[in-house]
Design a protein around this ligand. Structure first.
Ligand code: 13P
Length: 256
């Protein structure tokens, strides 16, 4: 069974004070909500503090990036084993902001994916098309290309216990989310694409949507059969909104 998964990607936001207040408040609320895995991915400098604040709660720790290297002379980088050491489990890779602002291409993202798998961490592989690619009708081609680099190098089995996050770039931070039907079409395409290689792996794959998810559109998004979770940016920084999104996800498990 695919368990609903909600991840808060805090991007370049937060402070020591904010993290303690938010995470303690969230942990408290999570005691009342069943049936949903919830992860917070704060900026790397706050990972340890966030982990301490999570204490023995159900909340899990994520991170926003990882380096392709294990150790050595790579100034400023963070390795998979360091993330594991600090207690992070779900690691976002291939986010469009990293692809565009840090020139990370599909090959680099694939190396990050394998570095995480080798360390028993869970990659959250972000894929998605630009507005221009959408208009040109290239959404499926782009998504397939971003997955195929990994699929062709290591086969479908490497997608066991991993997450794909479909994040159309035109929907990120714009307030203009994709419709539930648009998302379902692409998620089904992603699952079918992997099923061509291995249907069992495709069936267990968690496919999240990201891009202007709010407490107002979450329930509608979760009404679709192939939408297993959401990767939330802005709304994950507002405690009440994030909790409402988690509540929408928690009712999702009955339909999977
Ligand atoms: P927003 O929810 O702010 O659109 O961000 C989505 C995102 O990029 C999550 O990774």
């Amino acid at each position: 069974m695919r368990h609903p998964l909600v991840i808060g990607n805090w991007k370049l936001n937060g402070s020591k004070k904010f993290i303690d207040k938010f995470i303690i408040g969230l942990c408290h609320k999570l005691d009342e909500i069943e049936g949903c895995t919830v992860v917070i991915a704060p900026p790397v400098v706050y990972l340890d503090q966030a982990k301490q604040a999570m204490c023995n709660s159900k909340l899990l720790l994520g991170a926003q990036n990882v380096d392709i290297n294990c150790s050595g002379a790579f100034t400023g980088e963070i390795s998979a084993s360091m993330l594991k050491d600090i207690g992070a489990q779900y690691i976002i890779i291939g986010h469009s902001e990293r692809r565009s602002l840090h020139s990370e291409d599909d090959q680099v993202v694939a190396k990050k994916f394998f570095a995480l798998k080798n360390t028993d961490l869970i990659p959250v592989l972000c894929i998605g098309e630009t507005a221009a690619e959408k208009i040109a009708g290239q959404t499926k081609t782009i998504c397939a290309r971003q997955i195929d680099v990994i699929l062709q190098l290591q086969g479908a089995e490497v997608f066991q216990n991993t997450v794909i996050a479909y994040e159309p770039i035109w929907a990120i931070g714009t307030g203009c989310a994709a419709t539930a039907e648009q998302i379902q079409t692409i998620h089904k395409f992603i699952r079918d694409h992997i099923a061509q290689k291995d249907s069992k792996i495709a069936d267990q794959l968690i496919i999240q949507y990201g891009g202007s998810v709010t407490k107002n559109n979450a329930a509608e998004i979760f009404s679709q059969p192939d939408i297993d979770g959401v990767l939330v940016g802005g709304a994950s920084l507002i405690l009440d909104s994030f909790i409402e999104i988690i509540k929408s996800a928690s009712t999702r498990q009955h339909k999977i």
